[in-house]
Ligand binder design. Structure first.
Ligand code: DQA
Length: 162
């Protein structure tokens, strides 16, 4: 039993939506000194395997278009248990993604490959992190795996639906 007599539920059957923002389709070729050599397909494969080991499932989606990311966030309501999102450059600019995260009611974890706080000042501000449970950055592709773990752990702590 969990705290206050609540049963602790495992992550079995949890569905996690993974969203990748603009230019992350170029991973592997894009600035490897910052973003490393893994491709987006490598990251998605590692996420699928990690989720599978936890009895959960991920659906991964990348877009260079802000509105497509907003559409996916909106459609997560009632469909996914949590979101892991790397909004990429939209992190620093997108009121629309922030508002969608707010409105969707699905807990989200923000992830970044690089340590945005150690980079240019404009990357130090995230418009989206305040609408997430938390932010993980600086661990390369592992940021996504840590984000998946954090999302599943967060969901397990939520009270069961009535
Ligand atoms: C990034 C960091 C952003 O500042 C940048 O615009 C990206 C990638 C990261 O994962 O480190 O595109 O989100």
């Amino acid at each position: 039993m969990g705290g206050r007599g609540r049963p602790v539920r495992g992550p079995e059957g949890r569905r996690i939506l993974v969203l990748h923002g603009p230019n992350l389709n170029l991973l592997g070729q894009r600035d490897p000194s910052i973003y490393g050599s893994s491709t987006l397909a490598d990251i998605d494969r590692a996420l699928a395997e990690a989720a599978d080991r936890r009895g959960a499932a991920v659906e991964c989606f990348q877009s260079n278009i802000e509105g497509e990311l907003v559409d996916r966030i909106q459609s997560a309501t009632g469909t996914f248990d949590a979101i892991v999102i790397n909004p990429a450059a939209y992190t620093h600019t997108s009121v629309a993604i922030r508002d969608a995260l707010d409105a969707c009611g699905v807990p989200a974890v923000e992830v970044h490959l690089s340590n945005v706080h150690a980079r240019e000042p404009f990357r130090h501000t995230s418009l989206t992190a305040a609408r997430c449970v938390g932010q993980i950055c600086g661990f390369g592709p592992n940021s996504y795996l840590l984000g998946l773990d954090a999302a599943l752990a967060h969901v397990e702590r939520l009270p069961p639906p009535h």
